[in-house]
Structures are given as structure tokens and as C-alpha cells.
Design a protein around this ligand. Sequence first.
Ligand SMILES: Nc1ncnc2c1ncn2[C@@H]1O[C@H](COP(=O)(O)OP(=O)(O)OP(=O)(O)O)[C@@H](O)[C@H]1O
Ligand SMILES: [Mg+2]
Length: 315
Amino acid sequence: MVISIRGLAKDFRVGVLGRRMAAVKDVSFDVLPNEVFGFIGPNGSGKSTTIHMLLGLVRPTRGGGTLLGHPLGALAARRQIGYLPELPNFYGYLKARELLEISGRLAGCDLGALRRVVPELLERVDLAGRGEDLLRTFSKGMLQRIGVAQALIGDPRLVILDEPMSGLDPLGRHIVRNVIIDLKARGRTVFFSSHIMPDIETLCDRVALIADGRTLRVASVEQLVRLGQERFEVQVRGQQLQPPAGIAGASWQGTVGDVGRVEVEGTAALQQVIDWGRSVGELLAVTPMRESLETVVVRAVATAADPAPKQERTP
Ligand SMILES: Nc1ncnc2c1ncn2[C@@H]1O[C@H](COP(=O)(O)OP(=O)(O)OP(=O)(O)O)[C@@H](O)[C@H]1O
Ligand SMILES: [Mg+2]
């Protein structure tokens, strides 16, 4: 296991009275070797705080785990990890090359190797030729990309990226996506948080979804999307169609001409709606409604926040 955490929690003390504020309440997941693992959840749900605990930058209030086989925060693991913080803030009077060289020295690389590796890394994030420029002259997207390069120095086994695509234009996102794909191809493990669902869908083997400081799901993207896929649209042709009565999970969408549409949730309801359609007219079509990861995530988070309609299926 590359990352394994159980029941991780963090309370911060806030305000002059030192009131306890639970930033992370109960987060557990495992990340397997060579996985690209996505960490998703709403703003303020505790992703960055969890990442800080993984790295040993913040000490958990409860729970714990291991990183590369070492307890959280152990120096032995930290040497094999590359990390991009959420809002990288580099010293502006460093040149891009110098930042990478300093990071490399801190990661234990020798200067000879760095002379070779640094230009390669600059090239990889499309900043070749900008190595001698001061970071204060870099745009937001360029800083984000130099931050990604900085996380790759020393060829770490595990790369942890906190919102690597934030602030990037489509080309920049493409570059960072390729960096992640390349890391996977070379046997590395990548853990990253993101709000950009298409990137999560195309890159991740599995994801952990958190809301309000708790893990809601740990599953593959397929599993999450399939969960939302038990929705269908049924079209029926008939004279003066009336909505189907008494079928839980069926929602009448009205008629256009002599064609009525029903949206159906779940296979049991689907069978009932099909029977109803055949009894009142001609069954025209049954179409699965594919939902985006975004829709599935929004619903999962909303249901977790309002546990009243608790008829959720787990993967
Ligand atoms: N040092 C701190 N002191 C007090 N509260 C904190 C501290 N760091 C984070 N928090 C609080 O903990 C909660 C979780 O914050 P965190 O930054 O982990 O969320 P996040 O999931 O990374 O959000 P985002 O998607 O906006 O980056 C928030 O309510 C935040 O205000
Ligand atoms: Mg964050």
C-alpha cells in the first residue's frame, strides 16, 4: 500500500477563545502502487488538511496511517514524495532554474544530475527557455507549472498534487495531464485533488469523495458513474396519455403530440413503467440516461448533507 489512512481527523483551535473547529472528521482510504488516485469534494471539505496530515505538515487529532510503509510524517517517506501545494508561493527573486536546483538539492540530488534533469523538467512543463527568468515575472499558470516541475524533482515514487490544474488554460491542463499519464507509465503513484471532473474521469483509476470532513465513497470512476446510471427515459406513444400512477421512481415528463416521456429511477420501477407503457399504447424507446461524474458527485454530497431520504446504494 502506498497510502493507507484510517479515521483521520483534525480539529483546529480558532478564535480568541480557542474554540474547536473540526476540519477533518473521519477520512479513510488506501492508495495502491501505481494508481492515479483522485481526491474530490466541495470547497472546505478537508482535502488540503488531509493532504497536510499525509505529509506530516499537520498532526492528526485522531486516526493515522502509513505512507510508503512509514508512519505519517516520517522523514524516510517524505524523501520519496513530490508535493505541489495548493497555492504555491515561491520566492520571486529566484530564477526558475534556481528553484528547481534548490528543490533538487533538498531532495538529495547531486548538482551534476540536476544540471541534466532541470532543463528536462522545464521542457516537460513547457517552460524551456524560461529557466533564467525570475519567478516574479511568471504568470499564475506558469507558476503553477513550475510548481508541478518542482514536485517531480528527484523522481519521487509518490507524487501528491493539491489542485494541479487550478489556474491553468486548456494547454496547461493538457501538459499537466500528460505529466500524470507519464508518471503512471513509469510506475509511479499519483495522488491529486481536483475540482475538474473531466480530468478526474480521464486520469483516475479510483477516487475518494469527501464531504464535510468525511469519506463518502472510495470507488473507481466507472463504479461511481454506473451508480448514477440506473436512470432511464421511457417513451410511449398513445392517445390521451395520463401519467403512470403509483410507480415509485417514475417521473412523468409530459407529452409532445401523442408521445409521452417518463424518467425512471431503478430497474424495478423500469419494469413497471415498461408494463404500463405496453398497456396504454406503444413502447417506443427505453434509453439509459448516462450521468456525468459531476452530477453523481453533486447528488452524493447533497444526500450526505441531508440524510433524510436515506435510500442510497453503496458500490
Ligand atoms: N489552519 C487552519 N485553522 C483553522 N481552520 C482551518 C485551517 N486550515 C483549514 N481550516 C478549515 O478546515 C476546513 C477544511 O479546509 P481545507 O483547506 O482542508 O478544505 P479543502 O477541501 O482543501 O477546500 P478547497 O477545495 O477550497 O481547497 C475549512 O473549513 C477551513 O476553514
Ligand atoms: Mg484545498
